[in-house]
Design a protein around this ligand. Structure first.
Ligand code: BG6
Length: 531
């Protein structure tokens, strides 16, 4: 037989000891497609997001060969500074964030691509200078006119900036520029359905949907992406991934941080807009969606949108049975006393903004009819953790009824998204000995035990995907609208109800949120399955 006829397209198997090291190395999963030369324009180049996430991600991508050649980064902001001063500012930021001093050999090749242009807000067209600079540089550096525009500014500025960029011709893919133009926008996309539609109308005046990359950085987390592989690349899970075998699902995104320096934004947002409209509903969609016909951006996004459409409208008349809201008061986190939300700088001392929410939601579709999904997220909680726990139905307790006093615990599958990414499955075994006693044991797989591949941070991944023109991990406008359609009635009910103060349950910082959330679970006969 010809040697080639034995080959398949599969990468070699990685054999994993549960919790141990790979026994056989897997094939490479690195992207090898060439990237188009391009200029990355960061609007809001002196801001926090640029300093803390974007530039660091670009620098890391550059070091691992994940940026095109040639490329250019153009920082644009209102601060009056030179390119030299901007380079120093960025260098200091990276060093203070990583706690390491940069090696000259890493830094020099990167920094020579970094430029700064001042935006002039006094003129009718504040981005003209940026456009002129880019056109000249694009020609001189052979960048083919390709532009990636990153809006690293507060959401309140989106419409104005988009309009100005549009007027300065940044969106055009015509002869004047040549090359493609893509724009990256961070959440939140509006603060309700109306404002999301308004934002979209403004963006679409200049950019087509396929030029827009709406980030939900949770989708770019390795373990979130892995949810689809876990579900659809393994034969054993999909047959039991439905109402016949699953009792309920718990999705937790807990943080130890408070509002930090973002009080102005957070006072307008609260946890429902900040975490539920986007990250929590995206996690739910990845857990609940049907298999797409093909692993392609629009087919995957179509399936997620079907999940959003099947969400049962929230019973706002019985909101207390389905939603618990909380706000943290002073407590201890990581051994440090931390102030309550109302004592944070910039927060109204009588603020009724929730920093914790737990919601019970249902989907009215064939797969999930009757299966509750409990979503919980909060700031200043006991630990930083994002996790999806699937609790399976109990076995009929007939066989052992004469020998076991207790009911048999259900199987629980936990997908830990962060930190310490892992997958665990709990099941029953017999304790050694003459008596019949059961003991739950856990099969535990840690991602860190597979030492293959480059682990990309979420921001590295989104920038890389945008450079590749891959929309898979970005949110489509119809998805944004569906999520707001589901959430807006809840927000209206919470924000306009007469007993708003009584419905906001206080919880001590450093705990798992208000007791009322645990009570809601307990009343249903469940307990949190957090690892
Ligand atoms: C952001 C929210 O989208 O996600 C923040 O605006 C939150 O309030 C953050 O802290 C959490 O992200 P991560 O990746 O740290 O879980």
């Amino acid at each position: 037989m010809n040697e080639d006829s034995n080959r398949t397209n599969e990468t070699p198997e990685t054999v994993i000891n549960v919790g141990g090291a790979p026994l056989q190395e897997s094939g490479s999963c690195l992207i090898e497609e060439p990237l188009d030369p391009c200029a990355i324009v960061i609007i809001g180049a002196c801001g926090d997001l640029t300093r803390r996430k974007i530039i660091l991600a670009l620098f890391r991508l550059f070091k691992s060969g994940g940026l095109p050649d040639p490329f250019l980064v153009v920082g644009a902001d209102l601060n009056d500074m030179t390119t030299e001063a901007y380079r120093d500012f960025i260098k200091e930021s990276i060093q203070s964030l990583t706690g390491e001093s940069l090696k000259q050999k890493d830094w020099d090749p990167f920094v020579s691509r970094l430029h700064y242009v001042v935006i002039n807000p006094e003129t009718d067209s504040p981005y003209d200078e940026v456009a002129d600079f880019l056109k000249i540089e694009a020609r001189d550096s052979h960048l083919s006119g390709n532009r990636l525009l990153y809006l690293a500014v507060p959401p309140s500025q989106y419409i104005n900036i988009i309009q100005n960029l549009g007027k300065a011709g940044f969106a055009g893919e015509d002869e004047d520029w040549g090359g493609w133009s893509r724009v990256i926008i961070e959440k939140p996309f509006g603060r309700d359905l109306q404002s999301a539609l308004e934002l979209d109308r403004n963006i679409r005046e200049y950019f087509r949907e396929d030029q827009i990359y709406r980030i939900d950085h949770y989708l770019a987390k390795e373990t979130v992406q892995n949810l689809l592989m876990f579900r659809f690349a393994n034969a054993i899970f999909e047959p039991i991934w439905n109402r016949r075998y699953i009792n309920h699902v718990q999705i937790t995104a807990a943080e130890t941080l408070g509002v930090e320096h973002r009080a102005v934004y957070y006072e307008q947002a609260g946890v429902l807009r900040d975490m539920f409209q986007n990250h929590m509903l995206q996690l739910l969609a990845m857990t609940a969606m049907e298999p797409p016909s093909v692993f392609e951006a629009d087919r995957v996004r179509d399936e997620k949108i079907k999940v959003f459409r099947s969400l049962r409208p929230f019973p706002v008349g019985q909101i207390d049975d389905h939603l618990v809201l909380g706000q943290y008061v002073e407590g201890t986190v990581d051994g440090q006393t931390v102030p309550g939300y109302r004592e944070e700088t910039g927060v109204d001392e009588r603020s009724l903004v929730p920093t914790f929410a737990m919601a019970k939601v249902f989907m009215d579709n064939w797969r999930w009819q009757g299966v509750p999904f409990y979503l919980r997220s909060g700031k200043r909680m006991a630990t930083k953790l994002t996790e999806i726990a699937i609790e399976f139905k109990r076995v009929p307790n007939l066989l052992f009824r004469n020998v076991l006093s207790e009911s048999i615990h259900p199987n629980v599958l936990v997908l830990r998204i962060q930190p310490d990414e892992r997958i665990t499955l709990t099941f029953q075994t017999k304790l050694p000995g003459a008596r019949v006693c059961l003991q739950p044991v856990t099969m535990d797989f840690h991602y860190s035990s597979v030492q293959e591949g480059i682990l990309l941070g979420a921001y590295e991944k989104v920038i890389l995907d945008c450079l590749l023109g891959d929309h898979m991990l970005f949110v489509r406008q119809d998805g944004v609208e569906e999520c707001w359609s589901f959430l807006s009635p809840i927000l209206d009910a919470c924000e306009t109800c007469r007993d708003r103060e009584q419905s906001l349950h206080l919880y001590e910082a450093g705990t798992w949120g208000p007791q009322e959330a645990d009570d809601l679970m307990r009343d249903a006969g469940y307990a949190w399955r957090t690892l």
